[in-house]
Structures are given as structure tokens and as C-alpha cells.
Design a protein around this ligand. Structure first.
Ligand code: NAP
Length: 322
């Protein structure tokens, strides 16, 4: 008989890693399945100043690396694989992987979100050829060059500050006349000599012959159209939930976010959601971690109510931890 986990966690970002930590500390057997980068979007964020306690070396990759190590130390299994579907019809949930499947008493869906595309002509063709969505991944390619960042949220402003470590000049292009980013981040950006802002402006086209050469802009107040030469375009216009595999299995809202209550319960009993993927008002590392903890605790309560006992991971049976 194949192993039945107490909790199968889909997604290895802060929400999933926190769920793993809390589940394992509660002596539940837990597995996290991640197909991409451990740490999710946070692993592509260079500065993580607002996560409590992350004062020294607070980079996204460092903090999430520690989160993973901590979850594993308590017994969470971290598996690199792709989830391709689910069967939530029975009491034991089935998570379908590319070549196998995982059985679990509960599932925590924590797949997070991915960057949204701008939708401008040239964006897709020039992706990886000057168009980027990740400052941490690609900033270095723009050393001593001039680049633009599109958007006015936390990501656009914060990542622009980070990009000034490489680029000579970063121009933020924002469609309104004020940022939605946190005031402290905006203040820091405004004090940076390498950053300037073009307000009330949208990017109508990204162009270049095999590599980005410039953007065509339109001022939405005056209607004036201008040509702006640039070596690179960083797009930070928001994120969308990763719920393709959840469709038809758990209830989603019109934008594709998972609907879950404050106990992280989804529309399916025994299936919980956590982090950026769920409908919520504040998407931050700290709220993702909180969701993960709440989901794990409620998964435990669900198991206690619906199953005879919690499955102890082998290491714990051997007396590894008190
Ligand atoms: P966001 O907060 O949704 O901001 C998206 C920005 O892009 C907005 O300024 C929006 O303009 C603009 N925008 C959207 N569609 C556009 C379009 N088609 N053309 C031009 N501009 C467009 O997204 P985010 O900055 O990626 O952040 C996502 C979530 O992660 C947020 O909850 C954020 O707080 C969080 N986050 C937090 C931190 C942190 O706290 N350190 C860092 C990064 C991200 P409008 O303002 O006009 O709508």
C-alpha cells in the first residue's frame, strides 16, 4: 500500500513552506510539491525589509532558503515535481504528478501568483531580449545601461531601487500621477538620483530589432505620443493567481483566485488554500506565512475529526525530536 500523507502542500513559496513547518512540528507527515523555484516569487525579490526579523541579509532567496531548511529540519519532505491534476472525490485526496501520484488526507493549495504581462505589442517577442519580469534574475544584464520599469506598485518601485545597483538610469513609467506602493519605498526611490518617473503615461509598444531599443509612450492626459529609447524594459504591472490546475476542483472567483475562508478552508472539505493564490486584501510574505500556518493547523483539526489518527513521519517514530 502506498504512503498516505497527512498533508500534501502544493507550492513551495512562503505559504507552502510555512504550512510544511507547522504541519511537521505538529507531527503530521507533510510533503511539499514545487515545480519551479523554491521560495516562489519571494525568491525573485532582492529586498525583504518588511518581513519581521529579516534584518540581516534580508534577501528573498536567503529568507526562503532558511524557511525551506527549517521545514525540512522538522520532517517536511520537499519534492521537485509538477502537479498536473487532482482527484478530490474520495476521503483520501489524490494529487496527480507527471509520472506518479501522491495520496493525502488533506491538501493545502499554495501555488501563489505569477507576473502579469503588460499586453503591449513587442512584449512577447522581446521577452528575454531586454524585456524582463524579474530584477533579481536579470538586473545584472543591464549594468551601466538605461532601463525603464513599468508599474506603480510595491514591485515596480522596490525593484527599481534594486535595479539602480546595476543600471545607470531607471525610469519608472506609471499610468497615474501617484504610486500605490508603500510610502516608505516611494520616499526611498524619490531620493535615488538614478531614478526618475514619467507620470500619467502608458507604454503602447516595445520595439527593437531582436533586442529592446525603445518604447512608444502615450500621455493619457494630453494624448501626446513620444518615443523613448531604452536598453531594457522591466514589467511590474501586478500578478495573477496560478490556478489552472485548480479549476473545476475548488471554487475560484472571477479573477481566478481561490475562495477560502479565514480558516483557509476551500469549497472542498479537507482542501485548504494559503498565500497569494487566495482571495485576500494584503499579499505579503508575512500574510502568506500566516495563511500557511492557519491552513496547517486546520488541516490537523480536520484530520483529528475525520480520521482515526495522524500519521507520524518515520524520523519522529525513531525519536528524532521531542
Ligand atoms: P500591484 O500592487 O497590483 O501594482 C500593479 C501596478 O501596475 C499598479 O500601479 C497598476 O497601476 C499598474 N498596472 C496594472 N496594469 C497596468 C497596465 N496594463 N499598464 C500599466 N500599468 C499597469 O502589483 P505588484 O506591485 O506586482 O504587487 C503585487 C502584490 O505583491 C501586492 O499585493 C504588493 O503589495 C505585493 N508586494 C509587496 C512587496 C513588499 O511589500 N515589499 C513587494 C512586491 C510586491 P494602478 O496603480 O493605476 O492600478
Amino acid at each position: 500500500m502506498s504512503k498516505i500523507y497527512d498533508v500534501a502542500i502544493i507550492g513551495g513559496g512562503p505559504a507552502g513552506l510555512s504550512a510544511g513547518l507547522y504541519a511537521s512540528r505538529s507531527k503530521m507527515s507533510a510533503v511539499i510539491i514545487e515545480k519551479g523555484k523554491w521560495g516562489g516569487q519571494t525568491a525573485t525579490t532582492e529586498e525583504l525589509e518588511n518581513y519581521p526579523g529579516s534584518m540581516e541579509n534580508p534577501t528573498g532567496p536567503k529568507v526562503t532558503e532558511r524557511m525551506k531548511a527549517q521545514a525540512e529540519e522538522f520532517g517536511t519532505e520537499c519534492l521537485k515535481d509538477e502537479v498536473i491534476g487532482f482527484d478530490f472525490s474520495g476521503k483520501i485526496k489524490i494529487v496527480k504528478l507527471s509520472k506518479s501520484e501522491i495520496k493525502a488526507k488533506t491538501v493545502i493549495y499554495a501555488t501563489g501568483a505569477r507576473p502579469m504581462l503588460l499586453g503591449a505589442p513587442g512584449e512577447v517577442e522581446l521577452r528575454g531580449k531586454g524585456v524582463s519580469y524579474c530584477a533579481t534574475c536579470d538586473g545584472d544584464f543591464f549594468t551601466e545601461l538605461e532601463i525603464v520599469a513599468i508599474g506603480g506598485g510595491d514591485a515596480a518601485v522596490e525593484e527599481s531601487i534594486y535595479l539602480t545597483k546595476f543600471a545607470d538610469k531607471v525610469t519608472i513609467i506609471h499610468r497615474r500621477d501617484e504610486f500605490r506602493a508603500a510610502k516608505s519605498i516611494v520616499e526611498k526611490a524619490m531620493q535615488n538620483d538614478k531614478i526618475s518617473v514619467i507620470w500619467n503615461t502608458v507604454v503602447e509598444e516595445i520595439y527593437g530589432d531582436g533586442i529592446v531599443e525603445g518604447v512608444k509612450l502615450k500621455n493619457i492626459v494630453t494624448g501626446e505620443q513620444t518615443d523613448f529609447k531604452t536598453d531594457g524594459v522591466f514589467v511590474f504591472v501586478g500578478t495573477k493567481p496560478i490556478t489552472e490546475i485548480a479549476k473545476g476542483h475548488i471554487e475560484l472567483d472571477a479573477k481566478g483566485y481561490v475562495i477560502a475562508d479565514e480558516e483557509m478552508r476551500t469549497s472542498v472539505e479537507g482542501v485548504f488554500a494559503a498565500g497569494d493564490v487566495r482571495v485576500k486584501s494584503l499579499r505579503q510574505v508575512i500574510t502568506a506565512c500566516a495563511d500557511g500556518a492557519i491552513a496547517a493547523v486546520n488541516a490537523e483539526r480536520y484530520i483529528e475529526k475525520n480520521f482515526e489518527h495522524i500519521t507520524l513521519p518515520d524520523a519522529k517514530k525513531e525519536g528524532g525530536w521531542v
